[in-house]
Design a binder for this molecule. Structure first.
Ligand code: 5RP
Length: 219
């Protein structure tokens, strides 16, 4: 099975977590695009969606799905999103699509984070995928030095500015054995808008796309 077919499989499987009359949190990326397309089939039963990016908002609206502002919602039963990596505890690296800040904001509103990924995203230890950070531009050189002290190499992502108007740093060479501690540490550094380490906001459930079907991992 091709990777995109596995993404489509978990995108459709995520519909089971959306209950009639509810509002759903919607992530960003190619896997979520499959989820949004599947969501269109039950849009009449939906109260609406809170979106994590301009990209997902446009796709939701193109399907005629109502998009609510995060500011108008005080809680969501579920947030559904992809990931760049997920480990055996449900800790994730996200932000490959540069939407990490809004993704974390919407995830924070949700009771449950349902992560939808193909099996290539499952790793024993986070860090093979470069860790993305949204940063205030003037802090970037100092943040590069902070990461060098940890053994990482941080590089600005060329040509990318987020929906919030900030650049992205991608950090290679990290071996993240304690995601909660590293997230806490990085969050102390001035100029970090959001680190793409989802440790406090880890997955509650992972729907893993495999050639044998969808596996459900509960954390
Ligand atoms: C976007 C993200 C995505 O969830 C992540 O990059 C996975 O994307 P895809 O589903 O296209 O593989 O964090 O910021």
């Amino acid at each position: 099975m091709e990777q995109d077919e596995l993404k489509a499989l978990v995108g459709r499987a995520a519909l089971q977590y959306v209950q009639p009359g509810q509002c759903v949190g919607v992530g960003t990326g190619s896997t979520v695009n499959h989820f949004i397309d599947a969501l269109a089939g039950i849009k009449a039963q939906l109260l609406g969606a809170v979106s994590s990016s301009e990209q997902s908002t446009a796709r939701l609206r193109a399907h005629g799905i109502r998009v609510l502002d995060a500011a108008d919602v005080d809680r969501l039963p579920v947030y559904i999103d992809g990931a760049d990596e997920i480990d055996a505890q449900g800790f994730m690296i996200k932000g490959g699509g540069a939407a990490l800040t809004r993704e974390k904001i919407v995830a924070d509103l949700a009771d449950r984070f349902v992560c939808i990924v193909d099996q290539s995203k499952q790793v024993p230890v986070l860090g093979r995928f470069p860790l993305p950070l949204e940063v205030v531009a003037m802090a970037a050189p100092q943040l590069v030095r902070h990461f060098a002290a940890l053994g990482g190499t941080a590089v600005l992502r060329a040509g990318v500015i987020t929906d919030n108007g900030h650049p992205i740093l991608d950090v290679r060479g990290l071996h993240i054995t304690d995601p909660l501690a590293l997230e806490l540490e990085i969050n102390q550094w001035p100029g970090v808008v959001t680190v793409g380490l989802f440790a406090r906001h880890r997955a509650s459930v992972c729907l893993l796309g495999t050639p044998g079907g969808v596996k459900t991992l509960v954390f």
